[in-house]
Design a protein around this ligand. Structure first.
Ligand SMILES: [Ca+2]
Ligand SMILES: [Ca+2]
Ligand SMILES: [Ca+2]
Length: 279
């Protein structure tokens, strides 16, 4: 199934610049997880889907339908960080002598239900004009997390980058309150590909307290799947549990070309249902 979603009030001519999500899934055939931070509050969206047969034939696009998001209680001050994840003035993960809470080019959060912090920095030259939202993600909202053969010590960090150029490349840095182990992998999750080892686009610093990684709007690493001037990403570092197995009992190795659970990546935990939310 291919699904697209955009703010309403636009022509049905599918102007790609306005789509906020364009994904294909072989598992979410009747309902779909929308990645964290894709939808904004108090906004009406429309969506269309089409299906591909096993022989490759495409259906017509469905009749557009819509829904309106409600008020978010999570970020009352509207600064793009859930209020219960905002850090105090003593936190300075990038060690630049400025409290992370006061920086514009770096946003820092306390990790969800855990100890520690993680920050994302997009300075001048990164290709990013603004980090408009960031949150430590509740892993129970991510599909197929039970199939991940790794621990995520600082969980997943989700963020929304506003780009200088549509289709541009962003190079950002994440900072950690605890060093990533030498064996850690940089991981990503999205609907289309499931869990991915993203280490090919990520370089850990020698002290393992930060990682530099890159994305392309509408290309590699962009979970919204469309060149629209916005990059959406949930990612984090993962380490071997030692005895990790998937829910089916498959064991996965950390060495070689690991490709975890991609065929079932979109399964489970869909939080928007066509029958209960969309209208
Ligand atoms: Ca806030
Ligand atoms: Ca700082
Ligand atoms: Ca995008």
């Amino acid at each position: 199934m291919t699904a697209t979603c955009r703010p309403s009030g636009l022509s049905p001519g599918r102007p790609m610049a306005y789509d906020i999500l364009d994904v294909t899934s072989s598992t979410c055939l009747t309902e779909l997880d929308v990645p964290p931070l894709v939808l904004e509050e108090n906004t009406r969206y429309s969506w269309v889907v089409r299906y591909t047969s096993v022989k490759g034939a495409l259906s017509d696009w469905s009749t557009p339908r819509g829904f309106t998001t409600g008020e978010s209680e999570l970020d009352q001050d509207g600064n793009g960080i859930p209020d219960d994840q905002e850090v105090g003035m003593s936190i300075d993960l990038d060690n630049n002598g400025i409290a992370d809470a006061e920086q514009n080019d770096l946003r820092c959060v306390n990790v969800f239900e855990g100890a520690g912090q993680i920050a994302v920095e997009a300075p001048a030259g990164s290709g990013v004009t603004r980090i408009s939202a960031i949150a430590s993600t509740d892993l129970t909202t991510i599909g197929a997390v039970d199939r991940l053969p790794l621990d995520l010590p600082l969980g997943l960090i989700s963020f929304r980058l506003e780009m200088e150029q549509v289709g541009g490349i962003a190079r950002v840095q994440a900072y950690f309150s605890e060093p990533a182990p030498q064996t850690a992998k940089w991981l990503k999750y999205d609907i289309t590909n499931g869990w991915q080892d993203y280490s090919a686009h990520a370089v850990f610093a020698a002290d393992r307290l930060s990682v530099e990684f890159e994305f392309q709007d509408g290309g590699f690493g962009d979970a919204d799947g469309v060149a629209n001037g916005i990059i959406i990403d949930p990612s984090g570092f993962g380490v071997a549990t030692g005895a990790a197995t998937s829910s089916e009992g498959d064991s996965h190795s950390l060495t070689g070309s690991w490709s975890p659970a991609s065929s079932g990546g979109g399964g489970g935990g869909c939080f928007i249902s066509t029958s209960t939310f969309w209208n």
